[in-house]
Design a protein around this ligand. Structure first.
Ligand code: PLP
Length: 382
């Protein structure tokens, strides 16, 4: 028997309280009991999205469904949008927007660069008829954290332009102040910071985004935001919801409230810092630039002479520790250590230990214990 440790940035581990809530016998979704769970979820989601002004809508979908909902509800064919693209998920937003026939402009960066808000400002000045700015807050493919707060300050001065933020690995791990930062559409997915299995997308919709909705003519049915808003006003959903996931979400949100969102974010910052210190102490290079590193995932460059795919497979098969590999051109060149959601200090220590033992086996030279020691030092600082 081998004990397994899921150290990926989605799906993430699920706390036992949440698993148990989902194991309850099925209930019908048109009942006061279920209405109550929906009400708790909406209140809890508003708390984690830090919003009072926005509606938070819930869909049975993976995170990508939430992304697609933003496009079909805010725009009309030919609308000019600008996508900030510095990784795999920014690229996905570009693809969705193109699929729906928008006039898609791209601010293109490398995967190891952060989006420069001044470029967004310059684009909007040159193109005042832009209807949407689309940005990924926490780029899970690269670990880069983009400055959506500054972009929010820029976009807020354009009354007909909405700011769409993919915060799928931002929510619950880093600050994401929907109201204060003027973020119009913000989304997350259940299998990330919310500590649930995959299957739910949550999308916050601001009053400005609702005005965009009124103008938008793209066809929409399943993801039509208004259906969800009207039903949520009665604490219900337009279609059969994933009942077990909703019961689990109510439980997960209780756990976040008990910890307190500020503390949740501080915990993530410490886990990320210990992971970074541990890897650097081993002589490994961090992938994301120092000025823009998030708390959800730490991508680390695979050292020369080590086979990156083998590194991931030995960690998993020999030691039971699953980390993610790189995507696209970084496949085999980086590993991504997730620490998003239900994670504690010893998950990091365990992962660094497995990383050390694997690197040793694959012939990388370093003094065993160095990484763990550096991580412990971060945790003992308190
Ligand atoms: C996980 C993730 C998504 C959504 O992916 P799904 O597989 O559809 O849930 C989107 N953006 C980011 C940044 C992500 O991390």
């Amino acid at each position: 028997m081998k004990k397994n440790y899921l150290m990926t940035p989605g799906p993430t581990p699920v706390p036992s309280e949440v698993l148990l809530a989902q194991a309850r016998p099925m209930i019908h979704h048109r009942t006061p009991e279920f209405d109550n769970a929906i009400r708790e979820c909406v209140e809890g989601l508003k708390y984690v999205f830090q919003t009072e002004k926005s509606d938070v809508l819930l869909f049975a979908a993976s995170g990508t469904g939430g992304m697609e909902s933003a496009i079909v509800n805010c725009f009309s064919p030919g609308d000019k949008v600008v996508v900030c693209h510095n990784g795999k998920f920014g690229q996905r937003m570009e693809l969705i927007a193109k699929t729906y026939g928008l006039d898609v402009n791209v601010l293109q960066y490398g995967w190891q660069q952060i989006v420069n808000p001044a470029d967004v400002a310059a684009f909007l000045q040159a193109n005042p008829n832009t209807r949407g700015v689309i940005i990924t807050q926490s780029e899970t493919s690269s670990g880069v954290l983009n400055d959506v707060q500054t972009v929010g300050e820029i976009v807020k001065d354009y009354p007909d332009c909405v700011l769409i933020v993919d915060s799928i690995t931002g929510i619950g791990a880093v600050e994401c102040k929907t109201d204060e930062w003027h973020l119009d559409v913000v989304m997350t997915g259940s299998q990330k910071g919310l500590m649930l299995p995959p299957g739910l997308a949550a999308v916050a919709v601001s009053p400005k985004a609702w005005r965009a909705y009124e103008r938008a003519t793209l066809p929409r049915f399943y993801f039509d935001w208004m259906r969800y808003k009207k039903n949520l006003a009665q604490n219900t959903t337009p279609f059969t919801p994933p009942v077990s996931l909703v019961l689990g979400l109510a439980e997960a949100l209780k756990l976040i409230r008990e910890e307190g969102l500020e503390n949740t974010i501080i915990r993530h910052a410490r886990l990320a810092e210990a992971t970074r210190q541990g890897c650097e102490a081993l002589g490994l290079e961090l992938f994301a630039p120092a000025e823009g590193r998030g708390n959800a995932v730490t991508p680390v460059c695979v050292p020369d002479g080590v086979d990156g795919k083998k590194l991931v497979s030995v960690m998993k098969n020999k030691y039971g520790v699953t980390v993610a590999g790189g995507q696209d051109e970084y496949a085999g060149r980086i590993i991504r250590i997730g620490h998003l959601g239900y994670f504690g200090e010893f998950d990091i220590i365990t992962t660094l230990a497995a990383l050390e033992m694997t690197l040793k086996e694959l012939g990388f030279a370093f003094e065993p214990g160095t990484g763990i020691r550096a991580a412990e030092a971060v945790f003992m600082e308190g």
